[in-house]
Unconditional design. Structure first.
Length: 206
């Protein structure tokens, strides 16, 4: 059995409000690690990942869902300007991590900007997930999880399409969301202010 991921949930020292970049670095690390672990779990369950390209596409889908989930939590607890700064910083850091990992795995491509491509992908998925309900901080609606499951399903080989959505919706996502929720909420230093959910269009193109 794979060991649970240890994540940062509190700051070591209290030194006032943390910068958006500090929060983004810790949250992005957690989001990436749980997404990478989920893809590893799929491989352990004999789902066929095959190529780095497929693996990164799956990670991108998980990361986009979890980043949007962070936005939902941020909108419920942060002032608008603070929320925007934090989520933009998380998006930028995730783009950097994606680029770093792709280049490390397959090498650079002078014709592509992996970070910019990923930020563009995040913007598209933020718009997609804005259509779905996230009833509370602990879960997403069935349609939101189904949408994610369908995106993962589309990337898989035909032999894996039958059961992959159950694996994603019932097994992987509850644990992933729980880990990200614990980390994100623990790292926020702002006093909660209930605000509801607004426009998701906050990630500037690179």
């Amino acid at each position: 059995m794979a060991k649970p991921i240890r994540v940062k949930t509190v700051w070591f020292k209290k030194e006032g409000e943390r910068s958006a970049e500090e929060i983004a670095g810790a949250v992005a690390s957690t989001v990436w690690r749980v997404a990478d672990k989920a893809v590893d779990n799929l491989g352990r369950e004999n789902y066929d990942i095959i190529t780095p390209a497929r693996g990164f596409k799956l990670i991108a889908e998980f990361v986009a869902f979890l980043a949007h989930y962070c936005d939902r939590m941020a909108y419920a607890s942060l002032a608008p300007e603070r929320r925007t700064a934090v989520l933009q910083a998380i998006a930028r850091r995730l783009g950097e991590v994606m680029e770093e990992n792709i280049i490390s795995m397959v090498g650079p491509d002078p014709n592509r900007n992996f970070k910019a491509e990923f930020i563009d992908f995040l913007n598209r998925r933020f718009n997609d997930y804005a259509e779905f309900d996230f009833p509370d901080d602990e879960k997403a609606s069935f349609p939101a999880l189904r949408f994610l499951g369908l995106q993962i399903r589309d990337e898989m080989a035909d032999d894996d399409k039958t059961w992959i959505m159950d694996q994603i919706m019932d097994i992987e996502m509850p644990e992933m969301m729980g880990t990200v929720r614990k980390s994100f909420k623990g790292l926020l230093s702002d006093a909660p202010v209930q605000r509801g959910f607004g426009s998701p269009d906050m990630l500037p193109p690179e």
